[in-house]
Design a protein around this ligand. Structure first.
Ligand SMILES: Cc1ncc(COP(=O)(O)O)c(C=O)c1O
Length: 386
C-alpha cells in the first residue's frame, strides 16, 4: 500500500548511513564500544547515572521489573490504555498487572488518585506510561509510592525526552525502559534502554541482559577477563554495535526531530481548533513548569461521541492517509481476561478507546500533509454520524 501520508516514517540521512558502516569496518558488530558510547550519551541526555542498552523496550521493562524486586504473586498497577508490552513485562515475573483507568478524554495518562484506589496488601509497584510523550504527574506518583512503599517503573517508550519540573522522563522512577522500535522518536529497528540512578538495579540489569554471566565477550577480547561465572538465569537481551551506531546517530539528531514534531502538533491544533475534535492536552498546563518540554510522539485525537471511527478511518484511507488506534485496552484482550472469574470493566478506558484515533506524525511530515489530513478528517465527520 502506498500512502500519501503514512502514520510514521523513520528519518535517516548520511549520518545514519555512515554510522552503521563503521562497526563493519572495525570488524566488531556485537555489543562493544559503540554500545558503551550510546549508553553514556543516553545517560547524559536523560540525566541519570546508568543507561543500559538492550534489544528492545519489552526486554528493558522485563529487566526493570525483575531488578526492582517484583516477584510472583506481587501486584503492579499499570494503565490499561497502553501497548501490551507494559503488562506482559509484569506477567514475565509471574506478578499481576492491576489495570488502572486513564484520567479522562483530556488526559489519557493514569493519575495518583486513580492508582491509589487499586492498592492492596499485595501491591509492590506502579508502572506508568507517559502516553504520546506527555509526562504522567510524577510528583503525585512519587508521593503515592513513598506513602505505600512502592517501586516506580516508567515505561518511556513514547517519552524521549520529555521533561517535568526540569527532570527528564526516565529519571523519576526506580527504573525505566525506552524503545527504539521503527515508529519511535529515535529508531534503530529494534532496540531499547534501561535507565536508573540505583547502582544495585544497574548491576542486576547488566548481568541479566547477558545470560547472568560475569564477563562479556568484549571483556575477554580486550584481555580484561579470560573466563566467566554464571550467577543467575539471565537472558540474551543484548544490543549489537550496528544498531547502537544507528541509535547514537539518531540520538544526536533528536532535538531537530522534536522541533519538527512540535511544529506538526501545533499545526494540527490550529487546524482542528473550533471543530468537534478534542485534542487531549494531558493537563499539561497544570502539571508542568516553565521550561518543561514534551517530546511529542504520537498524535491522538478524541472523536465526538456517537460518530463512527471506522467511517472516518476509511475516508482517510481513501484519501491515502494512514491512521491507527492507541490502544485497545489491555484488560479486554483474551489472554488477560480468561483467568478472571468476573470480567473486568473499566468503563472510562473502554469509552475513550472507542473514540480515540491516531493521526500521522513524523519529523519529515510537511505542513501540506498535515492540512491534507485535517481536511479529510473534518470532511468525513458528518458522514460518520450516519
Ligand atoms: C508504551 C509502549 N511500551 C512498550 C513498548 C514495547 O517496545 P518494543 O517494541 O521496543 O519492545 C511499546 C512499543 O510500541 C510501547 O508503545
Amino acid at each position: 500500500m502506498h500512502w500519501k501520508v503514512p502514520l510514521f516514517e523513520p528519518c535517516f540521512g548520511p549520518e545514519e548511513l555512515e554510522a552503521v558502516q563503521q562497526p563493519l569496518r572495525d570488524q566488531w558488530i556485537t555489543m562493544g564500544d559503540v554500545t558503551l558510547r550510546l549508553e553514556k550519551a543516553f545517560a547524559k541526555k536523560c540525566g541519570v547515572k546508568h543507561a543500559i542498552a538492550v534489544n528492545n523496550c519489552t526486554a528493558a521493562l522485563h529487566l526493570a521489573v525483575l531488578a526492582a524486586g517484583i516477584k510472583a504473586g506481587d501486584e503492579v498497577i499499570c494503565p490499561t490504555l497502553t501497548f501490551v508490552a507494559t503488562a506482559n513485562a509484569i506477567r514475565y515475573v509471574d506478578a499481576t498487572p492491576v489495570f488502572c483507568e486513564p484520567i479522562g478524554p483530556e488526559n489519557l495518562n493514569i493519575g495518583a488518585s486513580q492508582a491509589e484506589g487499586l492498592i492492596t496488601a499485595k501491591t509492590r509497584g506502579i508502572m506508568v506510561v507517559h502516553y504520546a510523550g506527555f509526562p504522567v504527574d510524577m510528583v503525585a506518583i512519587q508521593e503515592l509510592a513513598t506513602k505505600h512503599n512502592l517501586v516506580i517503573i516508567e515505561d518511556c517508550a513514547h517519552a524521549l525526552f520529555s521533561t517535568l519540573h526540569g527532570r527528564s522522563c526516565g529519571s523519576w522512577g526506580t527504573v525505566a525502559g525506552f524503545s527504539f522500535f521503527g515508529n519511535k522518536n529515535i529508531t534503530c529497528g529494534e532496540g531499547g534502554m534501561v535507565t536508573t540512578n540505583d547502582d544495585q538495579i544497574a548491576k542486576c540489569v547488566r548481568n541479566m541482559r547477558s545470560h547472568g554471566m560475569t564477563t562479556l565477550t568484549l571483556d575477554r577480547y580486550n584481555g580484561r577477563a579470560f573466563s566467566y561465572d554464571v550467577i543467575a538465569h539471565g537472558y540474551n537481551y543484548r544490543m549489537d554495535d550496528m544498531r547502537s551506531a544507528l541509535a547514537l546517530a539518531q540520538l544526536n539528531r533528536l532535538d531537530g526531530f522534536l522541533h519538527e514534531r512540535s511544529r506538526i502538533r501545533e499545526r494540527y491544533c490550529k487546524n482542528l481548533n473550533g471543530s468537534q475534535i478534542l485534542i487531549p492536552n494531558f493537563n499539561w498546563e497544570s502539571i508542568s513548569q516553565r521550561g518543561d518540554t514534551v517530546g511529542y510522539h504520537i498524535m491522538p485525537i478524541m472523536l465526538p461521541t456517537g460518530c463512527k471511527r471506522e467511517t472516518i478511518a476509511n475516508r482517510l484511507k481513501e484519501d491515502g492517509i494512514q491512521s491507527s488506534v492507541h490502544y485497545p485496552p489491555i484488560h479486554t484482550f483474551s489472554v488477560f481476561s480468561q483467568h478472571v472469574e468476573v470480567p473486568l470493566h473499566l468503563q472510562r478506558a473502554e469509552a475513550i478507546a472507542e473514540r480515540e484515533l491516531t493521526l500521522p506524525m513524523f519529523p519529515t511530515m510537511t505542513n501540506d500533509q498535515v492540512d491534507l489530513v485535517c481536511d479529510s478528517l473534518l470532511g468525513s465527520l458528518d458522514e460518520a454520524y450516519h
